[in-house]
Design a protein. Structure first.
Length: 435
């Protein structure tokens, strides 16, 4: 009787068996392991279109050939943006984050002044055109004229819409202006049960640009005693009446770079002085109490830009000029936009630089995270572990001779690196790539 030979496993086969086991174990574990910075995707717009890129610099995609005014859906899977067909008219678009499924939701009047947002569940879109507030399904169906007015937003549960009830009239100079009717209101999505929350007489005294807390439980209405664009006080209410009043100085409520911000958890308010060479910021609780005023002049920094809260609401980042020294450089006659003029100031001779700082919400302890750069638009990644920002570099002596890089660093300022050279960036947002 013959005996069967034992089959031996060769070294190559043994290697692949071990690799299969390791891969299967890693695959099981991957769902429980944080992927860190790889889990974030950056959306940015330039004069060449709308793009997305992973925060590690991989997988750049062009979403659209043109567009601006990016609004991301709550789950991060889609974006809204507008295009301008003429100086006044345009279109509202919806597209998947990978660039697929692009549709035109609506034609827009006075495109420069249009506001829009997704409903909390992403199924509907609220938008404004010509002082009219519309609802439409996010697939482009079911357009519905909800009300006359502006500055609209969904309630936190998505069952109502807050807005300023108003209509348009032609002024003596021939331009259209808004006339407040029933004041600040809320209304059901079917157009019924309209409630006036703040009367028109009080609203007419303000610059009537409502600023909503993240959970929509509080609304801040800025006021100006001088009637200009600067705000010297603000009243906060919760729909049941005035809660409190905050006194400010020179807060430009129309400037998104230096306006009034709610923290993500709604507990704090942050604002920056909009006066020339401003070096001050204000912090308060969201009910208007515990107002704190801070000056950065002792830190040899000035002109505060682009404040942004951390996701946990415990700190905020901002940009500011460092060691400002304009010297004999006269930029008054330089053509081009203000940012281009700022780039002229920041040149190889060290006229000035704009760095990124971080400060705790509780207390005063500004720390400079960068050095020797011209930065703007810092923003935290969704988990707060990193900061994405834009850096400009000179390429010539003319106002428009510069290029911009999207960069990323750890929240403590370490491990600074460039992601991509993107030309001239108009808007930038950071979302989770697997949302």
């Amino acid at each position: 009787m013959s005996r069967k030979k034992k089959q031996r496993i060769g070294p190559i086969a043994l290697f692949w068996m071990v690799m299969c086991i390791l891969l299967s174990v890693c695959g099981c574990m991957r769902g429980n392991v944080s992927t860190g910075s790889e889990s974030y995707r950056i959306i940015y717009t330039t004069d060449r279109g709308i793009f997305t890129i992973n925060s590690d610099g991989s997988d750049t995609r062009k979403i659209a050939d043109e567009g601006k005014g990016i609004v991301v859906s709550p789950d991060g899977s889609r974006i809204l943006y507008k295009t301008e067909t003429t100086l006044e008219d345009g279109e509202l678009h919806c597209v998947n984050i990978d660039g697929s499924g692009s549709i035109v939701l609506a034609k827009l009047d006075y495109c420069s002044y249009v506001e829009y947002e997704f409903s909390p569940d992403g199924s509907q879109v609220l938008y404004e055109a010509g002082s009219k507030v519309y609802l439409i399904n996010s697939d482009g169906t079911g357009q519905f004229l909800l009300a006359s007015g502006s500055h609209s937003t969904f309630s936190a549960d998505g069952t109502r819409v807050y807005y300023v009830d108003a209509h348009e009239e032609k002024a003596e100079n021939g331009l259209m202006k808004q006339i407040v009717d029933d004041g600040f209101c809320s209304i059901c999505l079917d157009g019924t049960d309209k409630n006036a929350l703040l009367d028109s007489a009080l609203l007419a005294q303000s610059s009537w640009v409502p600023i909503y807390s993240p959970d929509k439980s509080r609304v801040l209405i800025p006021f100006s005693s001088s009637g200009n664009l600067s705000c010297d006080s603000a009243r906060i209410f919760d729909g049941k009446g005035q809660l409190s009043e905050i006194i400010y100085t020179h807060i430009d409520v129309y400037d998104t770079d230096m306006g009034i911000l709610f923290s993500p958890d709604g507990s704090s308010l942050l604002s920056c002085d909009d006066s020339y060479m401003a070096d001050r910021f204000f912090l308060s609780d969201s009910d208007g109490k515990n107002v704190r005023y801070f000056s950065l002049s002792t830190e040899k920094i000035t002109n505060i830009y682009d404040p942004a809260f951390s996701p946990d609401s415990k700190s905020f980042v901002f940009c500011a000029w460092t060691e400002w020294n304009l010297g004999n450089h006269d930029i008054s006659s330089i053509s081009g936009d203000s940012f281009s003029k700022s780039i002229i100031r920041s040149n190889a001779q060290g006229v000035g630089e704009r760095n990124i700082y971080v400060n705790p919400v509780e207390g005063y302890d500004p720390k400079c995270l960068t050095s020797g750069i011209f930065a703007r638009s810092p923003m935290y990644t969704p988990d707060g572990s990193e900061i994405v920002y834009i850096v400009a570099e000179r390429t010539g002596n003319n106002p428009d001779d510069y290029q911009e890089f999207i960069c990323i660093m750890n929240a403590d300022g370490s491990d600074q690196k460039q992601i991509i050279c993107a030309g001239k960036i108009e808007e930038m947002y950071v979302i989770t790539s697997n949302a």
